[in-house]
Structure formats: C-alpha cells, structure tokens
Write a protein that binds this ligand. Structure first.
Ligand code: NDP
Ligand SMILES: N[C@@H](CC=O)C(=O)O
Ligand code: NA
Length: 428
C-alpha cells in the first residue's frame, strides 16, 4: 500500500481527533485517496502529558525541526492554535516545501497575506476547512460548490462554545460560568476562552468567510464586535417572552458596501437558526442563483473538527502534490468599502433599570422620538422596591441614533442604568 507520512504540530483536542479518525477510518480513507496516511511525528509542549489516545512515546517530540526537516513528511498539520509560533510554523512548513493543513482561524484571518505569499512562492497547498464551522464543509462549499453564484449574504452561528453556553442558559437555566466550564471540558473552547466569549473567534471566521465569498480581503479590525458577556438570565427570559432566542451571530452582507458584524442577536424562535443548539453551528448563505442555503453541523469538538482536517489531508493527496490547487483569496485585491456601525439598521431590545416614579416613561419615549426611534412595545416589571425593568423594543432604527439617544437617557435622574441593548435580527 502506498503511504503518505504527515507531521502534526499539536496534539490537543483536534490533534487527538485526527489520530482517532485515522485509526478508525483508514480503510475508508485509502479507498478515497489511494494512500495510507501515517502520522510520523507529533510536536507537543509536554511529552509526558496524559493523552486520551494511546500514542507511542517515540512519535512525540518537542523539537519542531524533527518535523520540518524530515524528508519523508509531506504534509504538516498545524493544530497548536494561537498566533505565535503557529504563524511562523506555517510559513516555515511552506519554506520546507511541505503542504499544510490548519484549523487555526486566528492565523488565517490575521496573516492571510504572508501565509498565502509563502505557499504560493513555495508551490505548496494550504487547506483550512476546520478553521470555520468545524466539520461543516463551508470553505469547500464557498470555493467549489457555490462558485457559480454571486453571494449576497453569509450569516450564521460560527462559535460552538458560545452557542453551547447560550443553549444551556436558555434551556437549563445554567449560570454562564458553569456553562463555560462544561464547554471547556468538552474541548470546544479556545485555550483562552475570551476569544470565544468576546466574539473574537467569530470575527476571525467571519473574516475568512467574507473574504472568500466577496472576493476581497477583510481586515479583522474592520469587523464590528460584541460578545455574549453582557447577556443575563433576565434578557434570555425577555427574549422567550417576546418569541425570540438569543444567538451570537456573525453577519456579512453585500449591498452598496460590505456590512460585517458579530454580536448577540434575538432571532425569531421559529427560524431554523433559533433551533440550532449545543455546539452546533449553522451558516445561512444567500446566493443569486442557488437562493437560500443553510449548512448546519458540529462546529467544535475533536471528531467534527478532525473530520475537516483529515478531509483536507485527503484533498491535498487527491489534488496531486505536483499541481498545487489552493483556496487562497486575493489578498491584494482592492478592498470593498465597509459600512460604519452607526449606519447598521435593526430593531433593538433595550432594557433599562429605572426608578418606579411618575413621568419616567414619557421622558424616555420623548428622547427616543427626538432621535427618530419609533417604539414597537414597552414592558415594565417591578424587580425590587421602587425599581423596575423597563424594556423597549424598537422598530428598525439606526445604531448611531440608538447610541446618541441612550447617552441622553442615561443622564435622566429616573434612570439607574442601561442594562442591555440587543439587536433583533430578521432574516430576509
Ligand atoms: N477544539 C475545537 O473544537 C476546535 C479547535 N480549532 C482550532 O484548532 C487548533 C487546535 O485546537 P485544540 O486542539 O482545541 O487546542 P488544544 O489546546 O487542545 O491543543 C493544543 C496542542 O498544541 C500543543 N502546543 C501548544 N503550543 C505549542 C508550542 N508552542 N509548541 C509545541 N506544541 C504546542 C499542546 O501541547 P501539549 O498537549 O503538550 O500541551 C497541545 O497538544 C486551534 O487553532 C483552534 O482554534 C478549530 C475548530 C474546532
Ligand atoms: N472555540 C471554537 C472552536 C471551533 O472553532 C468554537 O467554540 O467554535
Ligand atoms: Na469547516
């Protein structure tokens, strides 16, 4: 049997997922690409760490040169995560004429120009299906199956950790911290979960999807971002009462310009995306020929992510090593203009903590009116002595007007605080 030897950089959740898949599915893999795939070396930080799989000690190394300079190793799979040294390792792999597979969205989204330059100059391939949507074939979807389309929108749930947390808070009333701990134990979260919770991970994934979909090169710093840190049980309860579910959405739309945003949003409870729970991701795509498309599957975890990584290895083998076939986007393409966040239009849920006294509602409604914000509904609930939650749902409004009006509202004596502002997202 013909054999391809590969090297792994990193042997955590995803690395061990890859190991398990290669062990359990080798016959299937051989039938797909005609080669047996052997992991020759694995770079780790700590050789003595206990692993979930039985791996011969001699395969593990703490010296990356054992992989870069091994002539037999043809493909290097980067699974250490983080910016550095992952980026440098990917570039070095290209310089050593190794093909590359990575699951690292941070690196692909942040250093696309340097990485694609290195692979192109060295005539090697880089595949990164696992970097977005875990096991969902979204990168191949955009680059192969949907190339006949002009894509108008690509919106979805692209972070498994936050979806898991929100699902547990919504369905089981779990506290945020407990739900996060569970997501970490299940291997969904990044080494630093701030990346998940504060929406950075979703920003990286959106940058990659939007760059590929709109033939541009999206700068991660141009993406508006809010995480789920401010979502409280009471907001989840109000969402339920109003017929919504809260999800962390990553949104990219092309109209006159490119609208790019990551933030929690209330989604109508009957929309398919509202029912995507746990660590599942779902990506809604609008193409001008295909129409509406929804891709859904596990966005995190060892086997779903390993599935994308191993499939990328098979793609490289199938593509014939001598004819590099890449999914690189044009990093020097003229950048599309990006819509300013103050121009974002949506309905808003606004929860205020106010004093239970005469005239407060009128004062607030007046300020909204002055800023051209029309109110769809108002709900008032006493939650402590002389204190009420006053919850407004607006009609479509510009974010800039919402911000300006809240600046004024928070100066009112009757207002104790602006507790939360959440967009309501309507899929068209
Ligand atoms: N977990 C998931 O569900 C998903 C993860 N990803 C991405 O996949 C990548 C890997 O994630 P995951 O497996 O969860 O990460 P883990 O933290 O579980 O594993 C990281 C591995 O890399 C090794 N490592 C880290 N830094 C170094 C270094 N400087 N030198 C040598 N080895 C190093 C660690 O070694 P040691 O074991 O000795 O500590 C560990 O084996 C990340 O880019 C992540 O964003 C993408 C999709 C889903
Ligand atoms: N931390 C990420 C892992 C997959 O990309 C997530 O939770 O989605
Ligand atoms: Na994917």
């Amino acid at each position: 049997m013909k054999k391809i030897k590969i090297g792994l950089l990193g042997f955590g959740t995803v690395g061990q997922g890859v190991w398990k898949i290669l062990n359990s599915n080798m016959d299937e893999i051989i039938s797909k690409c005609g080669y047996e795939i052997e992991i020759k070396k694995i770079l780790v930080k700590d050789i003595n760490k206990k692993r979930c799989v039985d791996v011969p000690k001699e395969i593990l190394t703490t010296n990356s040169d054992d992989i870069f300079y091994d002539e037999e190793i043809k493909i290097i799979v980067e699974l250490i995560g983080g910016a550095h040294p992952a980026k440098e390792y990917i570039i070095k792999a290209a310089e050593c004429k190794k093909h590359i597979v990575t699951a690292n969205k941070l690196v692909v989204a942040s250093f696309a120009d340097e990485i694609f330059k290195a692979v192109n100059e060295n005539n090697v391939m880089i595949y990164y299906e696992a970097s977005v949507g875990g096991g969902i074939p979204i990168i191949k979807g955009i680059n192969e199956s949907l190339t006949a389309n002009k894509i108008k929108e690509i919106t979805g749930i692209v972070n498994g950790t936050t979806n898991y947390i929100l699902t547990k808070m919504t369905d089981e009333g779990l506290e945020f911290e407990e739900a996060l701990k569970q997501a970490q134990n299940l291997g969904y979260a990044e080494a630093d979960p701030t990346s998940d919770v504060e929406g950075f991970d979703a920003v990286y994934k959106l940058a990659i999807m939007a760059s590929l979909s709109f033939n541009t090169s999206v700068d991660i710093n141009s993406i508006y971002r809010e995480g789920i840190g401010r979502i409280k049980a009471v907001d989840i309860e109000y969402a339920k009462r109003f017929g919504y579910v809260i999800k962390l959405l990553a949104i990219a739309k092309e109209e006159d310009n490119l609208e790019l945003r990551v933030h929690p949003a209330m989604v109508e409870k009957n929309h398919p995306i509202a029912n995507v729970g746990d660590s599942f991701n779902a990506i809604f795509i609008k193409g001008n020929a295909v129409g509406d498309l929804l891709l859904c599957g596990r966005g995190a975890g060892d086997l779903p992510t390993g599935s994308a990584v191993v499939s990328d290895i098979i793609s490289i083998i199938r593509n014939n090593f001598d004819v590099p076939y890449n999914f690189n986007y044009e990093v020097n393409s003229s950048k599309m203009p990006i819509k300013q966040s103050k121009e974002f239009i949506s309905k808003y849920y606004i929860r205020l903590d106010v004093k239970d006294q005469a005239g407060v509602l009128g004062q607030i409604a007046n300020i909204f009116g002055q800023h051209n914000i029309s109110i769809l509904s108002v709900t008032q609930d006493v939650f402590a002595e002389h204190k009420v939650n006053l919850v407004f749902v607006t009609h479509d409004a510009k974010y800039g007007n919402i911000v300006d009006s809240l600046e004024k509202i928070k100066t009112l004596n009757s207002v104790n605080g602006i507790e939360n502002v959440i967009r309501i997202y309507e899929f068209n």
